[in-house]
Design a protein around this ligand. Sequence first.
Ligand SMILES: NC(=O)c1ccc[n+]([C@@H]2O[C@H](COP(=O)([O-])OP(=O)(O)OC[C@H]3O[C@@H](n4cnc5c(N)ncnc54)[C@H](OP(=O)(O)O)[C@@H]3O)[C@@H](O)[C@H]2O)c1
Length: 247
Amino acid sequence: MRFTGKTALITGGTSGMGLATAHRLVEEGAQVIVTGRTRGRVDQAAAALGPNALGVVADAADLGDLTALMAAIETRYGRLDILFANAGTGTFKPFAEITEADFDQSVAVNVKGVFFTIQKALPLLADGASIVINASWTLHRGNGILTLYSATKAAAHNLARTLAAELAPRGIRVNSVSPGYIDTPMYPAAALSEAEAAAITGRVVAGRFGRAEEVAAAVAFLSSAEASYVNGQDLVIDGGLVAAIPA
Ligand SMILES: NC(=O)c1ccc[n+]([C@@H]2O[C@H](COP(=O)([O-])OP(=O)(O)OC[C@H]3O[C@@H](n4cnc5c(N)ncnc54)[C@H](OP(=O)(O)O)[C@@H]3O)[C@@H](O)[C@H]2O)c1
């Protein structure tokens, strides 16, 4: 029960790692606010999470939505102790085929969205709060067809470093996580052919996809007092994908 009495905002909390983290934090005593772009998915997630959750429809790329989100949190809870800036999107195409619209969409959610989510949450964040940004293993290792996505995630992690310094006087820690191949609706293992899945898992020392719950456990750690001296870091949760070549 590390989070009893704590309030946490998780953007993109309707599925995948965001929802798994919301479950983990609620199980450990937190009040959790989850966001998504549609009423149906937000309500479904909030209902699954139970009475200690609030669902708010808010597009992470829309500054008006972010302002309204923070107002709703202030009215209901008055403060935030944990922020998981998790909402993200991906365009997976060869570099030459990426359009300006693709670029604007990815930057709007993964960079602008994370930047202004944190900025607008700032007045609500208690001294000593924790911010975790969901980045990606692709910021550590080049991979064709992931140019745009990787660039946005590198920017997202860079925010963790600079904000760790800027927010340190308030005791607010800022870290990122870099998941590897995690089986979620964004990257569903079941949608791959056997050969495709084998090609992916063959790159991973652990020899398998990761689970959303495994990322949630790491986000919970970074959000807790146990990580009190961890700041400006990126925690890679990838089964060894970035660090080592399978034997
Ligand atoms: N899966 C992987 O292998 C992997 C690896 C590294 C990093 N990541 C990152 O992990 C994060 C979570 O992804 P996931 O894999 O858990 O996928 P997911 O299940 O598809 O979750 C994405 C979440 O983001 C929300 N979202 C998307 N665009 C949004 C927007 N503009 N405003 C608000 N919410 C938005 C979605 O909500 P609605 O659809 O309900 O709006 C959903 O809750 C993303 O930042 C992703 O880039 C994923």
